[in-house]
Design a protein around this ligand. Structure first.
Ligand SMILES: [Zn+2]
Length: 302
């Protein structure tokens, strides 16, 4: 079952999915660009729904302004399924001292948010979001990943990984899969478009994890022109059934409905038709519908 903010959903009911995005997000490194406005979030979800979108996976972790209590109302009013996250981001996204206060309790926090609710709400998280470092795993990344593995083993929740500039996914698999015994099919490797090396992507796919790419945005401008080539290389090698795509809208400016965009709907209005034209309708259906239904479905324990 997929754990949405309205409860558990059969995987086949998930539908057309943005596999990595943000409705609410507040980071110390993005001052003035907070996603904290409910009306703007609703407008973006409505624009996504108007383009045929049916589900959004929000990768905002613990302590970054998730506003979980608002998510059920937004899901109900728009008809779009929402999946919330627990987990922890890289240290620099938090105010000074924040991480040190919770560093010894992370696994407990993640499990509580997956099984009881986020904050004071009864909205349960459906995935654990963590973050690696640039080309290596620093001490913070390792601490968070060990806690995530513990929470995964207790609950079954998938682990979604922010890779800094798309790097160090091999080190993440070394730690989580080889050392901490997480099944690679429970891992979603994010931002791989930011490190558009086909050989690296093929090696990661061969290890059995999900490969997640971000749709076009100003943040991905340097790698946007290589996105289709990255997907094509993986499809040609037989990995169409491992691919996920998300908008990863992290700033107010990047929204379609209230900013400059291209935002969430662009995935479906522009990117999906290009995938259909160049890689085939079957690949597009896998990326937007059948793959997310498998990647976020869990045999929940607790
Ligand atoms: Zn993100």
């Amino acid at each position: 079952m997929i754990r949405t903010v309205l409860g558990e959903l059969r995987p086949e009911a998930l539908g057309v999915t943005d596999s990595h995005d943000h409705l609410f997000f507040r980071s110390a490194v993005l001052p003035g660009q907070e996603l904290d406005d409910e009306a703007a979030a609703v407008a973006e979800v409505e624009a996504f729904a108007a383009a045929g979108g049916q589900a959004i996976v929000q990768w905002t972790p613990y302590g970054l302004g998730r506003q979980a209590e608002l998510l059920p109302g937004i899901s109900t009013s728009t008809g779009v399924s929402l999946i919330a996250a627990t987990g922890l981001h890289r240290r620099e996204h938090y105010p000074e001292g924040f991480v040190d206060k919770v560093r010894d309790d992370l696994a407990e926090i993640f499990v509580r948010e997956l099984t009881v609710g986020i904050g004071n709400s009864s909205v349960r998280a459906g995935l654990i979001k963590v973050a690696g470092g640039f080309h290596v795993l620093d001490a913070h990344a390792e601490l968070v990943m060990r806690a995530a593995a513990e929470a995964h083993h207790q609950t079954g929740a998938p682990i979604a990984i922010h890779h800094e500039l798309g790097s160090a996914a091999d080190a993440v698999l070394d730690l989580l899969v080889d050392e901490l015994d997480v099944h690679p099919a429970a891992m979603i490797l994010g931002h791989l478009n930011r490190f558009p090396d086909h050989r690296v992507h093929l090696e990661l796919a061969a290890r059995g994890a999900w490969l997640a790419f971000d749709g076009p945005s100003r943040a991905n401008n340097a790698t946007d022109p290589q996105l289709l080539d990255c997907l094509a290389a993986l499809v040609d090698a037989g990995y169409a059934d491992r691919l996920l795509l998300g908008g990863d809208t992290t700033t107010a400016r990047a929204r379609a409905a209230t900013g400059e965009g291209p935002g969430m709907p662009y995935l479906l209005t522009h990117l999906r038709p290009r995938i259909e034209r160049h890689l085939g309708a079957e690949v597009a259906a896998a990326v937007f519908r059948t793959n997310p239904a498998r990647a976020f479905a869990v045999d929940w324990r607790g």
